[in-house]
Design a protein around this ligand. Structure first.
Ligand SMILES: N[C@@H](CCC(=O)N[C@@H](CS)C(=O)NCC(=O)O)C(=O)O
Length: 215
């Protein structure tokens, strides 16, 4: 197999690449790495990504990391398959803008909550810190509620923008598994909810849900 995809279950960045591979219908071999078993610290993996993170790909000997660079590469390398950056120059610019907004603003607004709830021990949870982080995240979610105007984030079909934001929102909701009263769902307005349902109705979505989330 010419294209190898290094994936870690639960990583929203790796999920984006998985969605891109599936949406484009590409042939690939998926290698699932374990964060805890030290798979990212092997010499073999460090040669592919010296930053020791997933996702990464190797395409006919060409190694690439950084999820968004990978998504753009796949779209340009396989232009005959459905496009992740479709449309004219302005639509493609909007897609790129939303990808940047998701990574630079949505993720940054979500990170304090993730660090506290998902990666921090319960004994150290501080309700006032959590409430403050939730309120800040809520403001960013509200911004997206205003951005969404059609069925998909940028036009009539899914694009890289949808496949970037969805894994991040899904991860945010995942925090409710650990802290039910966090009520992330309560931050999500009707437009984002309807958009999420559209994403979840795509056959590729079910196929790419992080394996350990299904357990
Ligand atoms: N900017 C990178 C972020 C990748 C990233 O942070 N990956 C995390 C998983 S979400 C990772 O592999 N962390 C290594 C570790 O936890 O040891 C990208 O877009 O690919």
């Amino acid at each position: 197999m010419a294209l190898t995809f290094y994936y870690g279950s639960g990583s929203p960045f790796a999920w984006r690449v998985w969605l891109a591979l599936e949406y484009k219908g590409l042939a690939y071999e998926q290698k699932i790495v374990s964060f805890s078993a030290g798979d990212l610290r092997t010499q073999e993996f460090i040669a592919i990504n010296p930053r020791r993170k997933v996702p990464a790909i190797v395409d006919d000997g060409f190694a690439l990391y950084e999820s968004q660079a990978i998504v753009e590469y796949l779209d340009e390398r396989f232009p005959q398959a459905p496009r992740l950056f479709a449309g004219d120059v302005r639509r493609r610019a909007l897609i790129r803008r939303m990808v940047q907004e998701a990574d630079q603003y949505f993720v940054v607004a979500m990170d304090p909550l993730l660090d506290h709830i998902l990666f921090g021990p319960k004994e150290k949870w501080d309700e006032s810190v959590i409430a403050d982080a939730r309120a800040r995240f809520g403001k960013e979610v509200a911004r997206w509620e205003a951005i969404i105007s059609g069925d998909w984030l940028a036009g009539a079909e899914p694009t890289a923008a949808d496949f970037t934001l969805y894994p991040h929102i899904a991860l945010a909701l995942r925090m409710e598994k650990k802290k039910a009263d966090l009520d992330i769902r309560g931050l999500i307005g009707p437009r984002i909810s309807a958009w999420m349902q559209r994403v979840e109705a795509l056959p590729i979505l079910g196929k790419t849900v992080p394996p350990h989330w299904k357990a």
